[in-house]
Design a protein around this ligand. Structure first.
Ligand code: HEM
Length: 605
């Protein structure tokens, strides 16, 4: 652990390769902590002693001086051992009761402040007060944001009594940007700052200047679980790994998936998938031509397409009757997303005890693992391991050189989990926007009918010329992306306005909100595919980034592009699409549609 003085009252510490910020407000006895556990414990200990007034080694006044001394020691870079000895902070003084009292007392104080904050209607006095010499460069501590609890940070805003709801995190950010401005500081567990930004310039600079190994903060729940299962995982996987391990996995596992040749070879299969999807939704209509719960059919399409791409075989998700394996797979992916969200934004007790959300997560990971294992094991004994067109990705993963079979299974799990919901949601959003714009629908119909007459499959040549179809998809990605932001860890110090953000800061780049800003797109809330026929719009490569950007960009992008084009073309050719009312959305780690009822009338009628 290394420490560095950031300002008079703030220290940046390097702890386990993460920058950790420790702030000691001059007017508060509470320490807004983002520090190793011993520091937290020491402060709570001091508070308990102060409250009880029974201190053997310190008077109440000395207790607040303990807090000051922790700070001074940190500033001078003393080791953990020094501080604990110096404070007389020995294991024998610790009892469970003391710790609990400390926690309870601290949180009563925190609650009082919270309530007074709401009653008084301002949180200014909780924010860090900057002094004159810091006007040149402010620190992360100066960035405005919701008030932070010790240890738990700002996660309380999504708890039962908080102002925002867990399933509307996307709306929470809209609200916070209007309250706090262009840059917001939230704090995760242990008060690790998480910055949110929606300014175009900032987003472009971060994405443009990423280095050899861009860092996306891992999903802690997955990382924690996988680290606890060395029998199944050698690392946390392509989605969650960093540095050289990530680069090795990326180099060995993605080339076949991202190759244009592979995607071209999938074209006939994607045509068949789209025909089966049309048959499924046609059958699902009631007597009023309404398909209720349309999102469930799109999720089935996401499952079937992703499994075809990754496993090289159809699993039957688009059939009338779904197989048992298919149902288990679908359930496992859905509960994995839900549990990840709860464990991430909810009360992070799963780090201490296995909460229900964590247990659900483990059950879904286990279930995914078992299903994938069954499929991989049967494929390994399969005689026909030859690389046919649709098996090329699967075979390339199984034959990846220098990787353990555990890495290969983990990659297949990651691909399936990453592809299913994202594709399902994106399909609903795209068809919804087209349904709400009959004029757009007619233009797509005209273009597709001109390029690919009825009864002919859609070819690469047709798609190359379908410029309006492409524009409709790009505009849907801009207006309703399923991944509303991109997360990164800053690889070097970053200056923004008059803030100096240290290397290692976690930033959420809110590309969706940037896309809804009239400064970036004229009439930003309107669905206007025509804007993508204009060269100027095409030159916004860092704003409309539904698949992320740079070296960590989604390896499924090419396949999804192809799939969306073919499905949109085929659905519009067969049906007049309509939608009553507005689409409901919720946040389940992804922006997700709910209760979508589409009306599909046959064009031939
Ligand atoms: C509409 C569908 C999809 C969307 C919107 C989407 C979106 C994304 C986004 C935003 C990222 C983060 C990129 C970044 O940080 O720069 C990502 C990463 C990833 N996606 Fe997708 N994705 C989709 C489909 C798929 C599919 C079908 C697969 C599997 C074949 C897949 C596999 C992955 C993987 C493995 C990563 C992590 C890559 C890395 O960190 O190196 N995704 N995706």
């Amino acid at each position: 652990m290394s420490t560095q003085l950031e300002s008079r009252n703030t220290i940046i510490m390097q702890y386990q390769r993460t920058n950790v910020l420790c702030v000691v407000p001059s007017r508060e006895c509470l320490v807004v902590l983002l520090s190793p556990a011993w520091c937290t414990a020491a402060v709570l200990h001091a508070l308990v002693r102060r409250r009880r007034g029974r201190s053997r080694n310190s008077t109440p006044n000395q207790c607040s001086s303990v807090v000051r001394r922790i700070f001074l020691r940190l500033r001078n870079g003393n080791s953990d051992a020094d501080i604990s000895t110096d404070m007389g902070f020995r294991g024998k003084y610790w009892t469970t009761i003391e710790r609990t009292c400390g926690m309870v007392f601290t949180y009563i104080l925190a609650l009082i402040k919270l309530v007074s904050n709401f009653l008084i209607g301002t949180n200014k006095h909780f924010e860090y007060q900057s002094d004159s010499h810091k006007e040149v460069y402010k620190t992360v501590a100066d960035i405005p944001g919701p008030w932070s609890l010790p240890i738990f940070g700002t996660r309380w805003i999504y708890w039962k009594f908080g102002p925002y709801k867990l399933n509307t995190v996307h709306l929470a950010y809209k609200d916070m940007f209007s309250r706090y401005g262009d840059i917001i500081r939230e704090e995760a567990l242990w008060n690790i700052p998480v910055l949110s930004v929606k300014e175009r310039d900032f987003i472009e600079r971060v994405l443009r200047h990423s280095g050899k190994y861009p860092i996306r903060p891992p999903n802690e729940v997955t990382a924690n679980y996988r680290n606890s299962r060395p029998d199944r995982y050698t690392n946390t996987g392509l989605v969650n790994e960093q540095g050289e391990i990530w680069a090795n996995l990326r180099n060995k596992l993605t080339p076949e998936l991202t190759s244009p040749r592979t995607i071209r070879n999938f074209l006939p299969e994607v045509n068949l998938l789209a025909d089966d999807f049309n048959a499924l939704i046609a059958q699902a209509r009631d007597s009023n031509n309404t398909v209720k719960g349309f999102e469930s059919y799109c999720n089935r399409m996401g499952l079937e397409s992703t499994c075809t791409l990754i496993l090289g075989r159809r699993l039957g998700f688009l059939d009338g009757e779904i197989s048992d394996t298919a149902t288990r797979l679908a359930d496992a992916v859905t509960s994995q997303f839900r549990a990840s969200q709860e464990a991430f934004y909810g009360l992070p007790l799963w780090k201490l005890i296995p909460t229900k959300a964590y247990k659900d997560f483990v059950a879904s990971e286990d279930s995914l693992y078992d299903i994938v294992s069954e499929i991989v094991d049967s494929a390994l004994t399969d005689e026909q391991q030859s690389c046919t067109d649709v098996r090329s990705v699967f075979v390339s993963i199984l034959q990846a050189p220098g990787l353990d079979i555990r890495d290969k299974k983990a990659a297949i799990i990651d691909y399936i989990a990453a592809g299913i919901k994202t594709l399902g949601n994106t399909l609903v959003f795209l068809l919804y926007l087209v349904a709400k714009h009959p004029d757009v629908q007619e233009k797509i119909y005209d273009e597709v009918s001109r390029l690919a007459p009825s009864g002919t499959p859609i070819t690469a040549e047709h798609l190359y010329h379908a410029t309006y179809l492409h524009a409709c998809i790009s505009e849907a990605h801009r207006l309703l992306p399923t991944a509303p932001c991109i997360a990164r860890v800053l690889e070097s110090e970053f200056k923004y306005k008059n803030y100096r953000l240290p290397q290692g800061s976690v930033v959420l780049l809110h590309t969706w909100l940037a896309c809804l800003d009239d400064n970036n797109f004229v009439d930003a809330y309107s669905y206007k595919p025509e804007r993508w026929l204009d060269e100027l719009t095409k030159k916004s490569p860092f704003l409309v980034v539904p698949f992320g950007c740079g070296k960590r960009m989604c390896p499924g992008k090419r396949f999804i592009d192809l799939e969306l084009q073919i499905v949109l073309a085929k659905v519009v050719k067969q049906f007049y699409i309509d939608f009553e009312g507005d689409l409901n959305t919720k946040f389940e780690f992804l922006l997700t549609p709910s209760n979508a009822n589409f009306i599909l009338r046959d064009r031939s009628c």
